[in-house]
Write a protein that binds this ligand. Structure first.
Ligand code: ATP
Length: 514
């Protein structure tokens, strides 16, 4: 197993062991690509949502929030294009009966070509040492440039086929690249066909197609259909935004990579309504603002990058992804899309209701343009967890390691743990419980006396608790405790009545906005 695969396995095991994420319905062997959040997971997820909401709604006096229903009138999805075009290219292997996304199989083959080129470059680097000119080698070594050119050519042809909805061209690429089923090696494929990703259900009182309801595949449409309601009731003027956090559902063909690709997940989306013609300016604004949001959490800049779309969705005139380096490589974490007036115009046409804004400065009405930012809360969770989980050698003793979750303190599920040095000493336990009962009024705090102090510290490190308060015999004499900081493991003697202030400062979300 590669180091990366190993790290990822460790991460998923850690997430379960410490109450972050469980497989849904595990006692029935689980439901694929559906997950439940445990006690620490739900705290962390709530904190991510709070950080997003504050950054988008509280920090912008021209952004307001809503909470729309998951079920919407079925015409919504006709207007948005999801009924006709929210498809992924599906291919079945006739021997193994396994299903795959044709574009993902081709992407994996492209990755293999680039890996081959990178391996050649690594080898050459070692051979030539300090005098190695990587750029020159990339451009002139026939084997390397051959691999890279082929990768670029296949990417281009795949994007063109996806853009044109040309399933035969995708099948031809699978054959040309001699792609085999990753599980069994069989190359016996069906034709590639479009598969709609929306889940549906039926209204109780209407039979047939008429009563067919979809589980929303994105939260954005709840915002578009409410655009006028919100604009009128809040009397916002353009430019202004509507934000929403909520569940979305997609019948993903291949569910893999843990909570990266789920069938039920949560989105945090904001649609920013603007004057036509200003979309480039706002697109740039939101592109930068959203990257800053990620960086403020301490995520290293090298783990985040922009990926401009070559292949634009039917509704967009510009699109960029913020990608994060997950344990399985750089992948989309968030999308920023300039959606033009596509959605509002489509709803206007299909509903027959005007979706226009009266611009008092121009003294005219028009359909606003929209720039949206859209991030999966679960994907963000995975990004944070994979960035934060570190195995560290403690002290000089090489054999002694700890797993520590170096989450930003403002997002940590538990902010402080109160630990009596000995659990059978009544005065210590009482003092510790008194401190705990005070601190829990201010932030999520845990009391724990179920092990030796070393073990208790490790447990708190593993869930990312920024501070531990240890109550010992000295505490009984002079009302001081030991405050231990998670990352440095530094211990400091502080008066009990100062603990709340120190911890509060450290975990305050305000520092993320300063
Ligand atoms: P992908 O290409 O990975 O399928 P997408 O481009 O379809 O994603 P969008 O429709 O732009 O994704 O959705 C916005 C965000 O919602 C994504 O950036 C991602 O964070 C999140 N998201 C989308 N699909 C899923 C999913 N199946 N599971 C978890 N999060 C998802």
């Amino acid at each position: 197993m590669s180091q990366q695969a190993d790290d990822f396995k460790k991460l998923t095991a850690h997430a379960k062991e410490y109450g972050f994420i469980y497989q849904s319905s595990e006692i029935y062997d689980g439901l694929s690509a559906v997950y439940d959040y445990g006690p620490n997971g739900s705290e962390l997820k709530n904190n991510i949502k709070e950080y997003w909401w504050k950054a988008m709604v509280q920090m912008h006096d021209n952004i307001v929030g809503i909470d729309a229903a998951i079920f919407m009138h079925p015409k919504t999805w006709k207007a948005s294009g999801h009924v006709d075009a929210f498809n992924d290219p599906l291919v079945d292997n006739k021997d193994s009966k396994r299903r795959y996304r044709a574009d993902q199989l081709i992407e994996d083959a492209i990755d293999k070509l680039t890996e081959k080129a990178e391996k050649e470059i690594e080898k050459a680097k070692k051979r030539f040492g300090g005098s190695f000119d990587e750029k020159l080698y990339r451009d002139t070594n026939p084997r390397v440039s051959g691999y890279l050119q082929r990768a670029a050519d296949i990417t281009h042809r795949m994007n063109a086929a996806l853009g044109a909805g040309d399933m035969e061209a995708l099948k031809a690429l699978i054959e040309e690249l001699e792609i085999a089923d990753p599980e069994t090696g069989s190359k016996n494929w069906t034709d590639v066909r479009q598969f709609n990703l929306m889940f549906f259900t039926q209204l109780g009182n209407i039979a047939g197609e008429e009563g067919k309801l979809y589980l929303r595949p994105e939260t954005a449409q709840g915002i578009f259909v409410n655009f006028l309601n919100v604009q009128k009731t809040t009397r916002q003027r353009l430019p202004f935004g509507i934000a929403q956090i909520g569940k979305a559902f997609r019948n993903e063909i291949v569910a893999r990579q843990f909570i990266f690709r789920m069938r039920e997940f949560e989105q945090m989306e904001m649609q920013f309504f603007i004057k036509p013609g200003t979309q480039q300016e706002w697109f740039n604004y939101w592109k930068q603002y959203r990257l800053k949001w990620h960086l403020a959490l301490g995520t290293p800049a090298g783990k985040l990058r922009y990926h401009e779309h070559e292949n634009l969705a039917h509704y967009a005139d510009a699109a960029v992804d913020i990608e994060f380096e997950f344990p399985f490589g750089f992948k989309e974490l968030e999308g920023i899309h300039s959606r033009t007036d596509f959605d509002l115009t489509s709803h206007q046409k299909l509903s027959g209701k005007k979706m226009q804004y009266f611009d008092p400065e121009m003294n005219e009405s028009y359909v606003p343009y929209v720039v949206e930012t859209s991030i999966g809360c679960d994907r963000m969770f995975l990004a944070l967890l994979s960035n934060a989980l570190v195995e560290e050698v403690v002290g000089d003793d090489e054999g002694n390691t700890r797993d520590v979750l170096k989450l930003h303190p403002a997002l940590a599920p538990v902010k402080c743990a109160v630990l009596p040095l000995k659990r059978n000493e009544e005065p210590l336990v009482k003092k510790a419980k008194d401190i705990f009962n005070q601190l829990k009024l201010s932030f999520p705090t845990q009391y724990d006396d179920t092990g030796s102090i070393g073990k208790l510290y490790r447990r708190q490190d593993a869930i990312g608790t920024p501070y531990c308060v240890t109550v010992d015999f000295e505490s009984l004499d002079n009302d001081t405790v030991t405050l231990r900081e998670r990352d440095s493991m530094a211990q400091e003697r502080v008066p009990i009545d100062k603990v709340e202030e120190i911890v509060r400062k450290k975990v305050d979300m305000r520092q993320l906005f300063e």
